[in-house]
Design a protein around this ligand. Structure first.
Ligand code: AMP
Length: 401
């Protein structure tokens, strides 16, 4: 029997998320998470989905990523799904920054590792953690293909007019400053799934994808190819997010430094961790914000209105970029669940052919679905994202014999 399983690893600075999939039917055999790596209170949660078993939890210190991956390997072995299984075809790694180098998923060798390392200055928090995950997995199974799937890759098709900032070219080139975009795996998956929902080929469909999670980004996808996205050099640009400001006048930074006396690190923390919804109203969870609005809370209402205003501006901008829009797809935690956000985002845009059907929009579900009226010129879709499946699919396509 040929190997058909792919282990997907998403290694963060203090966590490792994983899923084991069988690519014959895209089913999930196991999934789990190691959190608080390097602390006394680390926790591993493992769910053996294939056997329908209970989630197992183990607490206690997990020193580093190597120890974390070994613990994951042990849990998988207990279910007969160990890393030594001949049915394992590849390990797919989420890598946040692929710069301009990596436009596609890539089988990892020493040269690829060196290039991901060279890109660390562009993603100082993420790429080192991703690299640690790759090195550890390679040490455990040196013979197995390891595939890097980059968050930036889907956006490398953006034209220069969208990817370049209007700053001095020599300075930009020297420091590799341009708009890279992130969440690419999700934008790729959701734009294709939206085309499928419309019964069309991706090449025939123009879609605006709104990935609204704790981090949030929009993309304009023409015929399956990304032509613009809202995140830039880093995931700070664009939409209002859970804790990030999104777009602001860059002069705010000079002002905070010169007049406010803040250091660059303090401003970095302010804009990345203490802004967005949490900065505006003290909560970053849309459920809590909606609950507060329902209770008459003005601060939460203003935070929601600012979030929606920005979202609407991006819908309008990407409508203009694409010229013709077939669908708008909402995805991720907020996009998939918050019907109020979908309704408010397209309210008043009837002349653009955009509307939601109240009853359809209120229905909850795990499947891709349309929430626009049957005769809508532009379809509004809710398409649950599945980054792990996309990473596994891309990795498997590269390695299957
Ligand atoms: P993600 O980053 O995709 O996991 O999304 C996480 C965010 O989704 C949370 O911070 C919440 O704001 C939001 N979210 C999750 N479930 C719901 C829900 N049922 N209603 C509204 N927002 C939700």
């Amino acid at each position: 029997m040929s190997a058909t399983r792919v282990l997907v690893l998403n290694s963060g600075s203090s966590s490792v998320k994983y899923q084991l999939l069988d690519m014959r039917d895209s089913s999930r055999l196991a999934a789990g998470l190691v959190e608080r790596i390097g602390e006394e209170t680390s926790r591993l949660r493992h769910t053996p989905l294939a056997s329908g078993g209970e989630t197992r939890e183990s607490l206690g210190p997990v020193a580093d990523h190597e120890a974390a991956l070994k613990a994951v390997a042990e849990e998988l072995s207990r279910d007969g799904l160990g890393l030594d299984s001949p049915e394992l075809a590849a390990i797919g790694h989420r890598v946040v920054h692929g710069g301009r180098t990596f436009t596609e998923p890539t089988v990892i060798d020493d040269t690829v590792l060196a290039e991901i390392e060279r890109l660390i200055p562009l993603a100082p928090l993420h790429n080192p953690a991703n690299l640690t995950g790759i090195r550890t997995a390679r040490a455990l199974r040196p013979d197995l293909p390891q595939v890097a799937v980059f968050d930036t890759a889907f956006h490398t098709t953006m034209p220069e007019s969208a990817a370049r900032y209007a700053i001095d070219v020599a300075t930009a080139d020297e420091h590799r400053i341009r708009r890279y975009g992130f969440h690419g795996t999700s934008h790729a998956y959701v734009s294709r799934a939206t085309a499928r929902l419309l019964g069309k080929a991706p090449e025939d469909v123009n879609v605006i994808v709104l990935h609204l999670g704790n981090g949030a980004s929009a993309s304009a996808v023409r015929g399956g190819t990304c032509v613009d996205t809202s995140m830039g050099l880093t995931p700070l640009e664009g939409l209002v997010m859970g804790t990030r400001s999104g777009d602001i006048d860059p002069a705010v930074i000079f002002h905070l430094a010169r007049v406010g006396g803040m250091s660059i690190d303090e401003i970095d923390t302010l804009l990345n961790k203490k802004s967005g919804l949490i900065g505006l109203c003290g909560d970053n969870d849309m459920r809590e914000i909606r609950r507060r609005i329902d209770a008459g809370d003005e601060e939460a209402k203003l935070a929601f209105d600012i979030y929606i205003h920005r979202l609407k501006k991006y819908i309008g901008a990407y409508y203009a970029v694409l010229g013709r829009v077939d669908a708008i797809a909402f995805t991720a935690g907020v996009g998939e669940n918050a019907s109020e956000v979908r309704e408010a985002a397209v309210a008043g845009l009837e002349t653009l052919g955009l509307a939601v059907d109240g009853a359809l929009n209120a229905v909850r579900g795990d499947e891709p679905r349309l929430v626009s009226p049957a005769d809508a010129r532009v379809k509004v879709a809710v398409v649950p994202t599945d980054e792990e499946l996309e990473i596994a699919t891309q990795a498997y396509a590269l390695v299957k014999k």
